[in-house]
Design a binder for this molecule. Structure first.
Ligand code: GTP
Ligand code: MG
Ligand code: NA
Length: 347
């Protein structure tokens, strides 16, 4: 996948925002899946991960005619819950990512967990793009939003009545004002002349897909243009445990995000456990198919080895008491196991 002599890994993008702003639905729209409707109460309660190969991103952004040169192998997207009780999961997700999407419901504007997410991103200096979602809920007295399935947002906006456009502009102005109150300049992405100082807004609909091409292209192009150093692949394993789960036929497994390095079947690894360090051997490295959600039960692909960045399910013995949110360490041939056990417990 290395192009232009660069050896870049896939950027990791975290999707954050207030409950029910449409984070999971946006991912469903890109994946062509229906994860959101399978969630208890329609509420996300775990961190998810989905890998989007560059090929799919290229296809999805074709209509923008950007002649997009994608230097990254793909994009790994981390879904997080927006419900107020999951601050720890939002923090875990935002701690892992290179870039983020902050989803705002155009009818609601900034809400408490939008602001909490914003503060997590500010704290780590993480760049983000605002998805101003649910544009399809814009209506005037006579007309509703005219669906332009999966269209670039400017094309879709041009199809709307003057009244719908006026309503959009009104909401946009209001929400830019709310961001200003949080100390942030924002602007529609195609009017943004100073990305990096001014945060870009992409209007989207997760139901009919308007604005999705824009969102994907902006994300990948921004990441590969401004984060080359950060995204340059490194052999040093950097891996975080997202969730600890019992899976039928596999026992207790851990879902991890491999940020850098390679994991191999048979690797000796150390994770942080409730009762001390857990030393074990990777039995199987599993991933869902590309464009499928790691946290949803499905068929898994088996790998002898996997290179970062990826969301992976690891099966091994003795994982029962692993603490989610901590790092996984690989024991190399020249490593001192005792040192690594200590390092694992420092998390
Ligand atoms: P949590 O993960 O629980 O925080 O919610 P979420 O942000 O993932 O939102 P979710 O995808 O669960 O969507 C919440 C509700 O909004 C669902 O009923 C969706 O169908 C609806 N929804 C999401 N996006 C859109 C959109 O673009 N337009 C409209 N009309 N409805 C949407
Ligand atoms: Mg969700
Ligand atoms: Na929801």
């Amino acid at each position: 996948p290395a192009q232009n002599g660069q050896n870049l890994r896939s950027p990791i993008c975290c999707i954050m925002g207030h409950v029910d702003t449409g984070k999971t639905k946006l991912l469903d729209c890109i994946r062509g899946t229906n994860v959101q409707e399978g969630e208890a109460g329609g509420i996300t309660q775990q961190i998810g991960a989905t890998y989007f190969p560059a090929e799919n991103i290229r296809e999805r952004t074709m209509e923008l005619k950007a002649d997009a040169k994608l230097n990254v192998p793909g994009l790994l997207v981390i879904d997080t819950p927006g419900h107020e009780s999951f601050t720890n999961l939002r923090s875990r997700g935002s701690g892992l990512c290179d870039i983020a999407i902050l989803v705002v419901d155009i009818m609601h504007g900034l809400e408490p967990q939008t602001i909490e997410s914003l503060n997590l991103l500010k704290m780590r200096n993480t760049d983000f793009i605002v998805a101003l979602n649910k544009v399809s809920n814009l209506v005037d007295r006579l007309n509703g939003w005219k669906t332009c399935r999966n269209a670039p947002i400017r094309k879709a906006m041009n199809q709307q009545t003057k009244n719908v456009q006026d309503q959009f502009n009104g909401k946009l102005k209001q929400i830019r004002g709310q961001f200003m109150e949080q100390g942030l300049n924002t602007e529609l992405y195609y009017k943004n002349k100073s990305m990096g100082e001014t945060f870009s807004i992409v209007p989207t609909s997760a139901i009919s897909g308007e604005g999705i091409p824009d969102l994907l292209l902006l994300l990948v192009q921004w990441a590969q243009r401004t984060m080359v150093k950060r995204l340059t692949y490194s052999n040093q394993v950097q891996c975080t445990v997202l969730e600890v789960k019992v899976v039928e036929g596999h026992g207790t497994t851990i879902d991890v995000v491999l940020v850098n390095g390679v994991l191999r079947e048979g690797d000796q690894v150390v994770v942080c456990g409730l009762q001390g360090p857990i030393v074990t051997t990777i039995r199987a490295l599993l991933t869902p198919h590309p464009m499928k959600e790691l946290r949803v039960k499905g068929t898994y692909l088996h790998h002898k080895e996997i290179k970062a960045a990826q969301g992976i399910k690891i099966t091994a013995q003795g994982l029962e008491h692993t603490i989610a949110g901590t790092s996984l360490h690989v024991v190399g041939p020249h490593d001192d196991l005792e040192n690594i056990k200590e390092a694992a417990m420092e998390d």
